[in-house]
Design a protein around this ligand. Structure first.
Ligand code: AMP
Ligand code: MG
Length: 319
């Protein structure tokens, strides 16, 4: 059920069941992080492979020491700069953190989400919440309580309704190698903003290592069911599909004369933050129209534009 009843959410989590929670990034599917049986329900419901670890959500920086065994000075700087907020830190874990949370890794991912309802929920619990996004594995992340309900219906006992997600794409994930920050996943905090706080940041290169550091980096992820193409040249892409039912996913409102079945504009004024906030809801809408193809337009590749392009790339084939 969709509700704003925090008391019910607390009760449900304490008895080892799942609760969908609003955050500023996307909706999460949360369980008591100290209860392995509850944690396994997340993987089962999402059909998520066990190699894909979960993010811990806490309500204050004071709790970080109970989760991370080592906190590099750059990590503390980042936490102080961005928490509560859409930045996840990957740190060496305390021995008590469950292997079901970390997929057996020695590191743990953690953040303080910036949403009043979820912060209040966390402050009423004496355990952290483990939560990935509340969508079936590989599909588009949910940015409203209704999206979560559309995916899972009554299979989630409590979906806490905190309105539409204000950031709209997942958190940025940063780990540390020899205390140097490494970007594992682009997200709602831009790379440039992180560099402003800590200077040098290594960007994890998928080709250089065979271990996927952060499975949010899987080549196909966040994907609509409709075949989606990503392009810099929308006109040329339109010409490739003359007889198809096409949906356009545009950054700004260009191509207004083209004859298509549906059109979503992420930000008429070309504002990256607005585009990020609208991205998944627009993808969900297009995906429900039984289109033949979705043609998505690449954004300028700076700041949050880069993070949005990252998600579009994983949702599409490039042409
Ligand atoms: P989701 O919230 O669905 O995006 O899932 C959580 C993300 O956090 C996944 O993409 C994981 O790869 C990432 N994550 C969680 N724990 C770790 C870790 N120890 N190291 C690297 N990435 C992690
Ligand atoms: Mg996810």
């Amino acid at each position: 059920m969709i509700t704003t009843d925090l008391h019910k959410a607390v009760e449900t989590l304490m008895k080892g069941e799942l609760v969908a929670i609003p955050t500023e990034t996307v909706y999460g599917l949360a369980a008591n992080a100290t209860d392995d049986e509850a944690l396994k329900k997340i993987y089962a419901l999402k059909n998520r492979p066990f190699y894909n670890p979960l993010i811990l959500h806490i309500s204050s920086l004071k709790k970080l020491a109970t989760i991370a065994a080592e906190i590099p000075s750059a990590a503390l700087k980042l936490a102080e700069a961005f928490w509560p907020g859409p930045l996840t830190l990957v740190l060496k874990k305390q021995s008590g953190i469950s292997n079901v949370v970390t997929s057996g890794k020695e590191t743990v991912a953690v953040r303080i989400p910036d949403h009043p309802l979820t912060l209040e929920l966390l402050s009423r619990l004496d355990f952290p919440l483990a939560a990935p996004s509340a969508n079936p594995f590989g599909q588009i992340s949910p940015t409203s309580a209704q999206h979560v309900y559309d995916y899972f219906g009554e299979n989630i006992e409590v979906i806490l309704d905190g309105g539409e997600c204000q950031k709209g794409i997942e958190s940025t994930i940063v780990g540390f190698e020899n205390d140097i920050p490494v970007l594992y996943r682009l997200g709602s905090v831009s790379l440039e903003d992180i560099q402003r706080v800590v200077g040098e940041v290594l960007v994890y290169n998928q080709e250089s290592g065979n271990e996927i550091k952060s499975p949010g980096m899987l080549a196909s992820h966040y994907a609509p069911r409709t075949t989606t193409y990503l392009t810099q040249d929308v006109d040329a892409a339109l010409n490739l599909y003359p007889d198809k039912k096409i949906g356009l996913l545009l950054f700004q409102n260009t191509f207004e004369n083209s004859e298509v079945s549906a059109r979503e504009v992420l930000s008429i004024n070309g504002d990256f933050e607005e585009a990020a906030r609208n991205l998944y809801a627009a993808m969900h809408r297009l995906d429900h129209l039984s289109l033949d193809v979705i043609i998505a337009q690449e954004l300028p590749n700076t700041g949050l534009g880069k993070s949005i392009n990252d998600r579009l790339t994983r949702a599409s084939k490039k042409i």
